[in-house]
Design a protein around this ligand. Structure first.
Ligand code: SF4
Length: 124
């Protein structure tokens, strides 16, 4: 059996720990986003969801499903600290039912409670 140097052992251990950490973070975000995607309430009568091609929505990187966020443009949304960033927790959100609400910033329709845009701010 070849003898492993201390440096090799530490390097491999560090690589393993780092890899597991990234894997855990990725799975955690995936689980959170997927768990939040289950629609539980219908679109309120007479209201229309904001189109993601709406000029304001587009400028803010809005998606009705936070899982569809462009993580290349908004890598911070992928951070573990952002895992609860959904419209339903945003200061600009007014709940209509369990799945939908109105946004003070993107007013061209209603937004999903599971949506996200770059103007998100924690509701206090
Ligand atoms: S400002 Fe808040 S409520 Fe409005 S779309 Fe962005 S994250 Fe959702």
């Amino acid at each position: 059996m070849p003898k492993t140097s201390r440096k090799t052992f530490l390097t491999k251990s560090l690589f393993l720990v780092t890899s597991l950490s990234f894997l855990e973070r990725g799975l955690g975000l995936f689980t959170e986003v997927m768990a939040g995607n289950k629609p539980s309430a219908p679109i309120p009568e007479g209201l229309t969801p904001v189109s993601e091609s709406d000029a304001t929505a587009k400028a803010l990187g809005f998606h009705q499903d936070a899982n569809r966020t462009d993580f290349t443009l908004y890598p911070e949304r992928k951070e573990p600290s952002a895992k609860n960033q959904f419209c339903k927790h945003c200061a600009q959100f007014t709940k209509l039912n369990d799945s939908w609400g109105k946004c003070n910033i993107i007013a061209a329709g209603i937004v999903s409670s599971q949506g996200w845009c770059s103007a998100w701010s924690q509701r206090t």
